[in-house]
Design a protein around this ligand. Sequence first.
Ligand SMILES: CC(C)(COP(=O)(O)OP(=O)(O)OC[C@H]1O[C@@H](n2cnc3c(N)ncnc32)[C@H](O)[C@@H]1OP(=O)(O)O)[C@@H](O)C(=O)NCCC(=O)NCCS
Length: 259
Amino acid sequence: MAAAENKRPRISSGVEKRPSRKEILERKKAVEELIRKAVAVKDQLAHFPAFHKYQRNDLTVYLESGRGDQLTLPMRKYIQNLLKVNMEKPYGSEWPSEEKVKRREMVAPEARYIFVKLYSNGLITENSMKEDEGVERIHAACSEDRLCGFVHYRFVVEEDLPVVYVYELQMEPSAQGKGLGKFLMQLIEQIACKNQMGVVMLTVQKANSLAMAFYTKLRYVISSTSPSRVDPQIGLEKSYEILCKPFDSEAKSKLEDGD
Ligand SMILES: CC(C)(COP(=O)(O)OP(=O)(O)OC[C@H]1O[C@@H](n2cnc3c(N)ncnc32)[C@H](O)[C@@H]1OP(=O)(O)O)[C@@H](O)C(=O)NCCC(=O)NCCS
């Protein structure tokens, strides 16, 4: 890729040294190996005891890991319902087709989850749930599990970089604004660093201004791979932005600076 070539290490004369085919292949193999290792970890959460429990803002919850190919039927129903409640509006007319895509993505073997579960004395009450008809349906489908949100993430390669891609971050309406979204994103960033992924990436609908504000607050920036930065004209036609938070210099240079 032409843009990537500009950022290769320079030799002392100041002339750019293009990586050899061998170096490119070795780099590709190293990235694939990082992904393979990360995917093989059974429970990413196990490495982060500080993230097992969250007790703040009248909320007491615990976190649990999951995989797309091991979701129970009530969990699948819960995810589908919460996605509909939260995302139908921001997607607008794109929702019916997007919903189908999300249903397939949900159960993929590569999908990794962190579920947020309420302790039985958690303070999301029956009354507050009834304020939202959609959420009531969620709990009807999954009353025993007492879920109140989740994050779906994957280890992938983007722009030749090892990446944690956040596919979904979803809190029930009554669990929003209590710091849980930030807590989960902090965990995702820790998981990324521990597994030597250089960056966390995600896609946000432009119409989802609350999510945009949330990620901006967490210092996510529009990636150089987002349509609006690739070509402003194409950007206008697209309904989404790709955001990123790079951790190493290569990811920063490629995705933040667009070199
Ligand atoms: C977007 C979402 C994940 C955020 O999670 P949350 O638990 O509600 O947010 P938090 O309470 O953790 O907020 C974290 C920080 O972001 C800020 N923030 C949250 N929403 C904000 C908003 N709309 N505008 C400005 N700042 C906001 C908070 O003030 C907080 O800042 P602080 O740490 O200085 O107090 C959650 O609201 C949600 O599930 N929304 C519906 C689904 C969705 O849109 N998901 C994202 C799809 S890409």
